[in-house]
Structure formats: structure tokens, C-alpha cells
Design a protein around this ligand. Structure first.
Ligand code: IPM
Ligand code: MG
Length: 368
């Protein structure tokens, strides 16, 4: 059988630096665990724009459709801020999500013990936190039409459309219930059914999928604004949160920051199963391209490495190896090894991006 394939799209800013460490981890799995991947690389975002005049070449899009998993670094930077909307770096990312039909975006918010002091919330509110936001990723107001800036009665009007079909809600609801079964068995669905018809439909459909297919999972519904408040008040009340594209964008940033460092959080974007049974998939850190620190060896590679751990778990059915990698990272953090973003008043051993990668590999070696 052919080796599983990975397409690396490192992108812009700190993307290439953090991805360089992921590549070492991928090689480690080949050398030490016999898990050999066929790795290829290509451009996305501003890096692709510089070469092709657009943020994702058609050939790159075609490759992404072929591989077992895409690993993406980050896109964007000040150099590209004034580009036309249609060729901005973000459009490359949105095209990948849409054309691969990656409707289910898994964004864990997990608080590492060693970092609980970093949260802006009290330690007991966040210590041990482990929640998963499932964000619908291919529809809603991000993609609905009509959209645009139009002339109306002598002035301009900006329009975006929130739109969800029943089947779009059904599939992301199933994905959330399936995950919950393997975790704390609890789903909270968030929308604004008090003001939006799309929210009313969302609530009805999630409830129906629950009643018909997952009655054993505990389901609750919350208005998204209350959800934001509850996330900050007592986040441990949640296990899996399922929500739409825009609310998910906002709530996941909020949840991420609860854990103290955006530099720590991975994500998986999953679609329907391919012929080989694996889901179409793209993995990326939640953080952005951080142009202010790019090229200085300061970036924290952990979110990107944890994204590869998610690939091991969700694309390659290697849950034990994913746990090995996650434990190696916990160990390194517990030893006080810190990239700049993790350096607090209690101090620690300051390391660069490359040194953090090397420490994690040492911990992986020690796990054998
Ligand atoms: C995210 C980002 C993206 C989004 C941007 C970069 C297009 O904020 O993945 O959360 O809004 O989805
Ligand atoms: Mg976002």
C-alpha cells in the first residue's frame, strides 16, 4: 500500500518557521515509528501571490484534493493588506476550505497545567479545561449570497447573507455528536434563534438529529451571546460546542484565549470520507502569521505540531501516536521550557523556535 500523503502549505509570516519544526517531527515518525509519509510542499497566501498573482494556484488546489491531509501554517501579512479583496491571502485559505468541502472545523481549547497561570482568568476557572468547539466552516455568512457592496438610493450598502440548508446543519451536528460520544458525551449548540430565522432552523435541526440519532448524548441550546459570557464565566460547564461559521470564528478565539496562549492551539478541518475511508482534511494552528515576530526564531511551534498530532488522530488513525506527541509537549512544558510567548514572571528556560522543536524530539525519543 502507498504511504499516506501530506501536502504542506507553510504560507506566510511565522508559517514556514513553525512548519520547519513539524517537518522534523514527521521525519521522526518515519525513522523511529515506521510511519512514513509522502510529504510534498507548495505555496499558499501571500507567498503564492508573489509567484502566481493569486493566493492559491489551481495546481495547488488540485494537489490538496488528492492528498490524505493538508498541513497549513498561516497566511497574511502587512505587505498584502492593500491587495484587492479577491486576491488577499485569506482567500486562498477560504478556497481550500470551500472546495475541499471541509464543513467541520474542530478547535480544541485545552489548558496545559504548566500554563494555567497564563490565562487572564483565575487559575481554578481554567486549570484542566478541555473543550472542543465544532465550527461549521463552509457555509453561513462567510459564503452566502447575495453579497457585495451595492448602490441603493444614492448611497452604498454592504450586504452579506447568513444562509444554512438543513443538510448543512445536519452534517455538522452529526460530527459534533460523534465527537461528544468519544469525549464527555455533552453537546451545547449555539445560535441566535431569538433574532435569526437561520438560528431557528439551526436549533430545530440539531434537536432532531439528536432525538433521532444520538438520544444518549446530552444536548443543550444557548444563544451565542450568552455562550460567550458563559465561556468566560465558567468554561468547564462545556464539553463540545457546535455553532455556525461566524459565531464559531468569534467563540473559538475567545475559548483559545482562556487557555492562556494562542500559540498552543491546533485545529482540524474535516470533510466527507474519501474513497480510502479517510476524511478530506486540513490541519492548521489557530494562530495567525504574526508578521511582527516572523523570521526572528521567536515563534512557538507547538500549535502547528499539535495540528500534526490531530492529523495522526483524525486522518491516520494513530490515536496512540498522537497522544505520544501531546505527552511529549506536556513534558517539555512541565520542565519549564518556554518560547517567548510562554515566558511568565516565574521564568523558565528561554528557547527559540528551533530549540523548542529539538526539545520535543528529545521528549519523543525518551518516550520510546
Ligand atoms: C480563522 C481566521 C479566518 C476566518 C480568516 C483568516 C479568514 O480568523 O480561521 O479563524 O475568519 O475563518
Ligand atoms: Mg478567526
Amino acid at each position: 500500500m502507498a504511504n499516506p500523503s501530506i501536502l504542506i502549505l507553510a504560507g506566510d509570516g511565522i508559517g514556514p518557521e513553525v512548519m520547519a519544526e513539524v517537518k522534523k517531527i514527521i521525519s521522526w515518525y518515519g525513522d523511529k515509528r515506521g510511519l512514513v509519509f509522502d510529504v510534498s510542499e507548495d505555496l499558499v497566501g501571500g507567498a503564492a501571490y508573489d509567484v502566481h498573482g493569486k493566493p492559491l494556484a489551481d495546481e495547488t488546489m488540485a494537489k490538496a484534493q488528492e492528498v490524505d491531509a493538508v498541513l497549513l501554517g498561516a497566511v497574511g501579512g502587512p505587505k498584502y493588506d492593500n491587495l484587492d479583496f479577491s486576491v488577499k491571502p485569506e482567500r486562498g485559505l477560504l478556497r481550500l476550505r470551500k472546495e475541499m468541502d471541509l464543513f467541520s472545523n474542530l478547535r480544541p481549547a485545552q489548558c496545559f497545567d504548566a500554563l494555567a497561570d497564563f490565562s487572564s482568568l483565575k487559575k481554578d476557572v481554567v486549570a484542566g479545561l478541555d473543550i472542543m468547539i465544532v465550527r461549521e466552516l463552509t457555509s453561513g455568512v462567510y459564503f452566502g449570497t447575495p453579497r457585495g457592496i451595492f448602490e441603493e438610493n444614492g448611497e452604498r450598502v454592504g450586504i452579506n447573507t447568513q444562509r444554512y440548508t438543513e443538510s448543512e446543519i445536519e452534517r455538522v451536528a452529526r460530527s459534533a455528536f460523534e465527537l461528544a460520544k468519544r469525549r464527555g458525551n455533552k453537546v451545547c449548540s449555539m445560535e441566535k434563534a431569538n433574532v435569526m430565522e437561520s438560528g431557528i432552523l439551526w436549533r430545530e435541526v440539531v434537536q432532531r438529529i439528536h432525538d433521532e440519532e444520538y438520544p444518549e448524548v446530552e444536548l443543550s441550546h444557548m444563544y451565542a451571546d450568552n455562550g460567550a459570557m458563559q465561556l468566560v464565566r465558567w468554561p468547564k460547564q462545556f464539553d463540545v460546542i457546535v455553532t455556525d461559521n461566524l459565531f464559531g470564528d468569534i467563540l473559538s478565539d475567545c475559548a483559545a484565549m482562556l487557555t492562556g496562549s494562542l500559540g498552543m492551539l491546533p485545529s482540524a478541518s474535516l470533510g466527507a470520507p474519501m474513497e480510502n475511508g479517510r476524511p478530506k482534511a486540513m490541519y492548521e494552528p489557530v494562530h495567525g502569521s504574526a508578521p511582527d515576530i516572523a523570521g526572528q526564531g521567536k515563534a512557538n511551534p507547538i500549535a502547528c505540531i499539535l495540528s500534526f498530532a490531530m492529523a495522526l488522530r483524525y486522518s491516520f488513525d494513530q490515536g496512540d501516536e498522537a497522544s505520544r506527541l501531546e505527552k511529549a509537549i506536556e513534558k517539555v512544558l512541565a520542565e519549564g521550557v518556554r518560547t517567548a510567548d510562554l515566558m511568565g514572571p516565574e521564568g523558565g528556560t528561554a528557547v527559540s523556535t528551533v530549540e523548542m522543536g529539538a526539545k520535543i524530539i528529545e521528549a519523543l525519543d525518551a518516550s520510546l
